[in-house]
Design a protein around this ligand. Structure first.
Ligand SMILES: [Zn+2]
Length: 184
C-alpha cells in the first residue's frame, strides 16, 4: 500500500467511526419513541393525566448499568414526575436524593421552575422515620442536608423561605437555589 492510499484508508475508517457515533443517539431516540408509544393515552400513576405525544417525543432510553435493557425514562406533562418504563412496568424515579449525614432521608420529584435562580421540588421522605428528620426546621435552616445526583455527585444548594410551611406539613414542595433537573 502506498502512502496516499494508507492515508485515504485512515480517513475512510475515521469517517465510518464518526458516522456510526453520530447515528447512535438518533437510533436511541427512535427506540425510546417506539417503546413510549405503548404508553400513549395511558394515565400517569401519580396525577392521572394521560401520557401525550409530547411526553413520548421527549422520552429517552436509559443507559445506566443497573437499569434493565429496553428501559426508557419519560416525564409526565401533567405533574412533571419522571418514570422509568420497562417490561410493561412504570416506576417513579426521583430527580435527586437528599441526605442528612450519611442517611438518605428524602427524594426529590416534580421539578418546577420558580424564579431565575430557584427550582422547586416535591420532597418525599424515604420512610416514616426519615420524615421526622425532614420536618425538622434545623435541617433546612442550618443547611444540614446534602443533595446528590443519581451518580452520587454532591450538589451545592440551599432552600428558600418556604421550609417553615414544609415542616408544618402545609406543603410538600420546597424551593432549592440553582438546583436544576439537568444536573441529575
Ligand atoms: Zn403525572
Amino acid at each position: 500500500m502506498s502512502r496516499p492510499e494508507f492515508f485515504l484508508c485512515l480517513i475512510g475508517i475515521a469517517a465510518i467511526f464518526f458516522g456510526v457515533m453520530a447515528g447512535l443517539p438518533a437510533l436511541d431516540r427512535h427506540r425510546a419513541k417506539k417503546a413510549g408509544q405503548l404508553l400513549l393515552n395511558r394515565p400517569c400513576p401519580h396525577c392521572g393525566r394521560a401520557f401525550d405525544a409530547g411526553a413520548i417525543r421527549r422520552a429517552r432510553r436509559e443507559r445506566e448499568a443497573n437499569v434493565r435493557d429496553r428501559c426508557i425514562s419519560i416525564a409526565c406533562s401533567g405533574c412533571s414526575r419522571t418514570f422509568q418504563f420497562g417490561e410493561g412496568e412504570l416506576r417513579a424515579v426521583p430527580v435527586f436524593e437528599l441526605f442528612v449525614g450519611d442517611k438518605k432521608v428524602g427524594l426529590l420529584y416534580e421539578p418546577k421552575r420558580e424564579e431565575m435562580f430557584w427550582c422547586s421540588y416535591v420532597v418525599e421522605p424515604t420512610s416514616l422515620e426519615a420524615g421526622e428528620i425532614l420536618w425538622d426546621e434545623a435541617v433546612w435552616n442550618e443547611v444540614k442536608f446534602e443533595v446528590k445526583a443519581k451518580d452520587g455527585r454532591p450538589l451545592s444548594t440551599f432552600t428558600g423561605g418556604d421550609f417553615r410551611a414544609f415542616c408544618r406539613k402545609e406543603t410538600d414542595r420546597l424551593s432549592f437555589r440553582s438546583l436544576w433537573p439537568i444536573d441529575s
